[in-house]
Design a binder for this molecule. Structure first.
Ligand code: FE
Length: 197
């Protein structure tokens, strides 16, 4: 079974003006789709054919890893956003945020700082470490926290194709706009789910 480009969880114009329809059209319809197509071509008749995306990310390298991780990361990135972002963390997730960052606002500030400071292309992440604590991390180019046995909770794509049409070179303006779109219910669900594993 070949991998399929997952449906977007909202319309292509739903995140405007923070992220324009044109950006989503290219980012989802071209960049993301290309990773899916390339991955399918690369794994055909290889040891990775029929494996889950997560398995491929953990055990592959080179181009197969790159396209698998980029496919997974983009699918996750879309789900990390929503046009209705007016929500607050609660329960154990809110407690973990307060313990690690002091406040929800400071988490957002630190997440922005970590994402903006990545040199070149990459991904900013909020993850859950093995001991259950929250951590910010960044991966340069293509990467995924699962490789380090960490559980992704939130990601921001800071490759230029994510923001150049809307914000030109201002990654900070894009990351700030991204933070207004975060689906905290989804992020919290990742945290709760990972605690039950
Ligand atoms: Fe991207």
């Amino acid at each position: 079974m070949a991998f399929k480009l997952p449906d977007l969880p909202y319309a292509e114009n739903a995140l405007a003006p923070n992220i324009s329809e044109e950006t989503i059209e290219f980012h989802y319809g071209k960049h993301h789709k290309t990773h899916v197509d390339n991955l399918n071509n690369l794994i055909m008749s290889s040891e990775f054919e029929g494996k889950s995306l997560e398995e491929i990310i953990q055990f592959s390298s080179g181009n197969i890893f790159n396209h698998a991780a980029e496919m997974w990361n983009h699918s996750f990135y879309w789900r990390c956003m929503t046009p209705n972002s007016n929500m607050m963390p609660s329960g154990a997730f809110a407690d973990a945020i307060d313990r690690t960052f002091g406040s929800f606002d400071y988490l957002k500030e630190e997440f922005a700082r970590a994402s903006v400071s990545i040199f070149g292309s990459g991904w900013g992440w909020l993850v859950r470490a093995n001991d259950g604590t929250l951590e910010l991390m960044s991966t340069s180019g293509t990467g995924n926290p699962m490789v380090d046995k960490k559980i992704p909770l939130l990601t921001c794509d800071v490759w230029e194709h994510a923001y150049y049409l809307d914000y030109r070179n201002s990654r900070l303006a894009y990351v700030k706009a991204f933070l207004e779109l975060v689906n905290w219910d989804y992020v919290q669900a990742q945290f709760v789910e990972s605690a039950n594993d």
